[in-house]
Design a protein around this ligand. Structure first.
Ligand SMILES: [Zn+2]
Length: 600
């Protein structure tokens, strides 16, 4: 077969011949080649079958043997032509022009235009000059390069996996600060629902720096795919922001390692581990009160304060920020796989696939909708026999924390719920998808939450120094550092225990022991008799109390959780998948441990 094409230049003629070839092949498949420029975008999330059936392309592939490639078109195209404008290519003819043409002005250009005389200096992430040596190995991928942007006497830092990304981050960071100072342009920070950019940058930077500091000298465990962390601020100030937790991880426990004694971590995804570290911090804060002469006297340096009627709460001037280096797995990530220069609204918010509850799959990294799972009720013997252990996706878990808080069922007996003030992402923040995943998908369906529980909408932000996608295989360990101790724990995510085989200080058994220690010594949160919920009395004997019985001691928490599950159900987004109930039927085994060991 030969195909001919004509044009003003060799390139144009070649493209024209290629187009003729493609048109002929498509015609054989009963299809018409779309006019150049006609848009034909594929959306893999569409509810309708695709407009261009896959068979067309399969048919193309088969018939293109031997492929009449553009190279077979006679050409002596060796003369240098400089850099001619891009010619229409066959792909453009088929799929339409790329959207990349609609470029938004880069933050670097904006800075050069507005602040002539600025300078950028690039070093390795730790400040070493580029000509000194190789990139320091202990620096995480996204911190490899550091660029400092100097404008008059102000300096702004950015980090990145390449010099270009670091420069972009420094420019973004500079713009965020300078925009806040300029009255005429409303800063991005003032946008409803977003955390101020300077604070978001600070949160991201603190978590990354703490990780590098904690892992210094440990090259093996510095490897990571997802990094998460928790930062607490006072009155949203950047100066005294404190890192509470830093964690990594993308894996869950393997079914055969489930524990009937609460000694195993089920879920080592970074953000889930970070929340457990925050709980460890809350327990340590409560220990300060339990060790005080009078546990009802406020401690100035604590994040918590006693309530006059009993129990505790996070001080009202405190904010909890969760940083995750990428969008949480599940609904918040699945529809936003690429970076976008500007947030764009979801073009198909009503697609059936939107908002679905999804589960992580055992020994894998993806998620699947719960509607596609056949074992919605998980049983111990089923999992032991090899049925895949299912764990809810991080997007679903964070959505749950927006209703029941981060403190969990046990601590709800002692303190009021602790909610996320913000979620800061290091990459892939698509605000519309993220908002839906966190609360948008249930806000119309959740009702009659028993006080003090409420639907809390966290502010969103993307840190200026963005994370690059790392195609390397994800390690199967999880690093968990909490501000209560110096050294991090390295958890084998597959066994859910430390690499030494010992249980983690984050496991249910450890939390249960801390809780038992505290409830004997602290004034508990009064259980209000609200909307028909009967308060439950604390049992006299804690020795025989089962973990799942302890969780029922705060009935309002259980009702709030039930309302959340009902909301997902009513919104037709699937049913929350629970772990086999045998997992929570254990007693506390370390009740007599000394406080310093228990609360480490
Ligand atoms: Zn996850």
């Amino acid at each position: 077969m030969t195909f001919e094409g004509w044009g003003h230049s060799k390139r144009e003629a070649r493209a024209s011949a290629a187009r003729a070839c493609l048109a002929a092949l498509l015609a054989r498949a009963g299809r018409v080649l779309p006019a150049p420029g006609a848009k034909q975008q594929q959306d893999f999330t569409s509810d309708e079958p695709g407009k261009v059936p896959v068979s067309d392309f399969q048919c193309l592939e088969v018939k293109m043997k031997p492929p009449p490639s553009v190279a077979s078109v006679k050409s002596s195209d060796t003369s240098p032509e400089g850099t001619p404008p891009p010619a229409p290519c066959p792909a453009t003819a088929l799929f339409g022009a790329s959207n990349a043409a609609t470029v938004h002005k880069s933050p670097i250009n904006v800075l050069y235009e507005n602040y002539p005389g600025l300078s950028f200096t690039c070093t390795f992430g730790d400040g070493e000059p580029l000509d000194s040596c190789q990139a320091p190995l202990q620096l995480s991928h996204s911190m490899r390069f550091k660029v400092v942007c100097t404008i008059k006497d102000q300096k702004f830092e950015g980090y990145g996996s390449s010099k270009k990304l670091a420069k972009l981050a420094a420019a973004r960071s500079a713009l965020a600060v300078l925009d806040e100072g300029r009255a005429e342009s409303p800063p991005a920070a003032a946008m409803a629902g977003f955390l101020p950019q300077t604070l978001a940058d600070r949160v991201g930077k603190l978590v990354n720096e703490k990780f590098n500091e904690v892992m210094k000298g440990d090259l093996v465990h510095s490897k990571r795919k997802v990094l998460a962390g928790i930062v607490i601020t006072v009155n949203n100030r950047t100066e005294d922001a404190r890192v509470i937790a830093v964690t990594t991880g993308t894996k869950c426990v393997s079914g055969e390692h489930m524990s009937v004694r609460g000694r195993v971590l089920n879920d080592c995804h970074a953000e889930v581990a970070a929340r457990r570290c925050l709980q460890r911090h809350l327990y340590a804060q409560l220990l300060m009160y339990a060790s005080a002469e009078d546990p009802k006297v406020p401690i100035p340096e604590s994040d918590l304060e006693p309530l006059p009627t009993g129990g505790y709460q996070m001080k009202p001037d405190r904010q909890v920020h969760l940083y995750v280096s990428t969008a949480p797995c599940g609904d918040g990530r699945i529809f936003s796989p690429h970076e976008q220069p500007q947030p764009e609204p979801d073009r198909h918010p009503n697609r059936l696939a939107r908002g679905q509850l999804r589960t992580k799959i055992e020994s894998g990294e993806g998620t699947i909708p719960v509607k596609n799972c056949n074992n919605v009720v998980q049983t111990w013997d089923g999992v032991m026999q090899g049925e895949r252990l299912l764990t809810m996706s991080c997007s679903d878990k964070v959505a749950r924390w927006c209703v029941v808080g981060l403190q969990g069922a046990l601590l709800s007996r002692v303190m009021k719920p602790v909610y996320l003030h913000s979620l800061v992402l290091g990459s892939l923040l698509h605000p519309h998808h993220m908002y839906r995943a966190l609360c948008g998908r249930i806000e119309a369906y959740i009702s009659s939450l028993p006080p003090p529980f409420q639907l809390q909408r966290p502010l969103l932000a993307r840190a200026a120094s963005t994370e690059a996608r790392t195609p390397a295989r994800a390690p199967s360990f999880s690093v968990c550092w909490c501000c209560t101790t110096q050294l991090p724990e390295i958890v084998n995510a597959t066994t859910g225990k430390l690499e030494s085989g010992q249980p983690s200080l984050l496991c249910k058994q450890s939390m249960f022991a801390r809780w038992q220690y505290l409830v004997k010594r602290l004034p508990l949160l009064p259980q209000e008799n609200n909307i028909g919920i009967e308060p439950v009395k604390m049992p006299e004997d804690l020795d025989h109390l089962l973990y799942n019985e302890a969780k029922q001691l705060c009935p309002t928490y259980q009702v709030a959780k039930e309302r959340l599950i009902e909301a997902f159900d009513k919104a037709k987004l699937g049913r929350w998948v629970k772990k086999p109930l045998e997992q929570d039927q254990f007693v506390c085994e370390v009740a007599s441990a000394p406080a310093h060991a228990l609360f480490a």
